[in-house]
Design a protein around this ligand. Structure first.
Ligand code: BGC
Length: 514
């Protein structure tokens, strides 16, 4: 938009007594921005300085990391002792790790934060697998609604299509003597209080989901009922969290000499599941505990520090929480995971555009920046593009910003990158708090098992696609006193298809128990 239009519009607003209009005038909805000539030539911060000042708000120092690790370990122990704690520490009822020799074909449904996948997974018995899969974005209409079975019916229809395409005979023989019944492992990525390997009640929704009438319900039964209504030849035999799936899948594929300790997800949401000594889970009485004395525990670490003793907070974090479907919950996740990072950046950029003292986007009116005005208008893939831009003129960043917000100068791109980097770095360092705390709590570095290496399976868009996220997380691990140089013995391994393969492995465990 030409400057002339702002000038005349501004004059209309302010009348003859208005100060001289110069390059500093920008349109801002109904408000014109005016800079006095003194501010222009003298003390005004450059855009880069403004960005650096805001970036500082997202710093999370080494001291902060260490303090938060102590708090995290404390809250992990509380969760092992009592129900309903900040870190829930939910037993998965899986009491052994795969050896890599597992065999068989199982169906899996992976209901994630953004997509649903249905797979048929064949475990080959040598740490490898083959997989056929169908994937679809979850329609937003089913994420927040008042129909408790809507989402599950939609999933069942999707599975029906999958069977039609890949196993048509199973549908024609259903209900006859020749019927082939599939065992299905269900990966469900929200906090569930498991009652057994094949049942569990939803504790709360996260990642923007909010379907009435499901909290407290058995998630397995809801999916099984939806299959039964469509007469699908499927038995839901196992229910797992996606982090449990990642841990199982990594343990299945890892070399036999290595002990996998943790499965973690850094994607739309964040969470981790680890191998705990059953004797330490004092809140669990009279339950199935297994022969090996271990239990995979789903921490639900996204809700760490609900009391806000250790987490950093900016005004942008507060805005996100207040406008979320679960205010006061998942405060850790809201500072780490992909669902929220782009929104934090959007809020910062919006505040810059609205600040009369800041020169950004050459005065283009905010009314023209549709994505910037829309809640959730920027996502973390936008930040990944900026972070990966090594061009001297920031041309890649400028193209991305142009696509998502509007024409950006070098200075605009530079400022947005500085802030985006700070938000991503804080997320990775917070991620290190969780990973580090599990390492400290389990003492796995000290035990020297598995050639002295600590093996961690990870999945999710941030750890996989955000440049430097894993490196930043590892560097912060080295700052934790109990880890230090031991950081070099920690292997963080991306475990693709963890949820699907993990669900198949869980169905395999369930089959052995029958
Ligand atoms: C959920 C967890 C899940 C994580 C990663 C969180 O929002 O509460 O159950 O494991 O996202 O998908």
């Amino acid at each position: 938009m030409a400057l002339g239009r702002y000038v005349s519009w501004f004059r209309r607003l302010c009348g003859p007594t208005a100060p001289t209009v110069d390059e500093g005038v920008k349109s801002e909805g109904k408000l014109a921005k005016v800079f006095s000539s003194e501010e222009d030539c003298g003390s005004r911060e450059s855009l880069k300085e403004v960005a650096e000042r805001i970036a500082k708000e997202f710093e999370f120092s080494d001291v902060d990391v260490r303090r938060a690790v102590d708090g995290f370990v404390k809250q992990m122990n509380e969760g092992l002792r009592s129900h309903g704690c900040t870190i829930e520490q939910l037993p998965s009822f899986i009491t052994e790790l795969p050896t890599g020799f597992e065999k068989g074909t199982y169906l899996a449904v992976d209901l994630g934060g953004t997509n649903v996948r249905v797979c048929s997974v064949t475990l080959e018995g040598d740490g490898t697998f083959s997989l056929i899969q169908g994937k679809s974005a979850i329609p937003t209409v089913w994420m927040t609604c008042d129909n408790p079975s809507g989402l599950f019916n939609w999933v069942a229809n999707f599975v029906h299509e999958f069977l039609e395409q890949n196993y048509p005979d199973s549908l024609t023989t259903a209900g006859t003597e020749d019927a082939q019944i599939f065992s299905l492992g269900f990966t469900f990525s929200h906090a569930v209080h498991q009652l057994d390997i094949n049942s569990g009640n939803l504790i709360r929704w996260s990642k923007g989901f909010n379907i009435d009438g499901v909290v407290g319900q058995d998630i397995c039964a809801l999916l099984q009922n939806a299959f039964t209504e469509l007469a699908l030849p499927i038995l839901v035999t196992a229910l797992i969290n996606d982090t449990v799936g990642t841990l199982l899948a990594r343990a299945y594929a890892s070399p036999k000499s290595v002990h996998t300790v943790l499965g973690a997800v850094f994607g739309t949401g964040t969470n981790g599941a680890y191998v705990e000594q059953t004797s330490k889970i004092s809140k669990m009485t009279g339950s199935r505990t297994g022969e090996k004395g271990i239990m995979i525990v789903n921490t639900e670490w996204g809700n760490f520090d609900q009391g806000m003793e250790y987490l950093p907070t900016t005004s942008y974090d507060k805005t996100i929480d207040a406008g979320s479907v679960n205010p006061g919950f998942e405060m850790f996740e809201k500072r780490i995971s992909g669902m929220y990072l782009g929104e934090i950046l959007r809020l910062v950029i919006l505040s810059l555009v609205q600040d009369p003292k800041v020169d950004i986007f050459d005065g283009v009116a905010i009314s023209e920046m549709l994505k910037l005005r829309a809640k959730w208008g920027l996502d973390s893939s936008f930040m990944s593009h900026l972070e990966g831009d090594n061009s001297p003129d920031l041309s890649l960043s400028r193209t991305q910003i142009e696509k998502c917000i509007g024409m950006a100068s070098f200075q605009d791109a530079q400022a947005i990158r500085i802030i985006s980097h700070a938000i991503g770095r804080r997320s990775a360092r917070l991620g290190a708090v969780a990973v580090g705390a599990v390492i400290v709590h389990t003492g796995c570095l000290k035990r020297g098992e598995g050639e002295g290496r600590v093996d961690i399976g990870v999945d999710g868009s941030l750890i996989e696609l955000y440049p430097g996220f894993a490196a930043e997380l590892k560097a912060a691990l080295g700052e934790i006193e109990e880890i230090g140089e031991g950081e070099e013995r920690i292997d963080i391994v991306v475990t693709k298809d963890g949820s699907g393969v993990g669900a198949a492995l869980a169905a395999h465990v369930a089959a052995k128990r029958l």
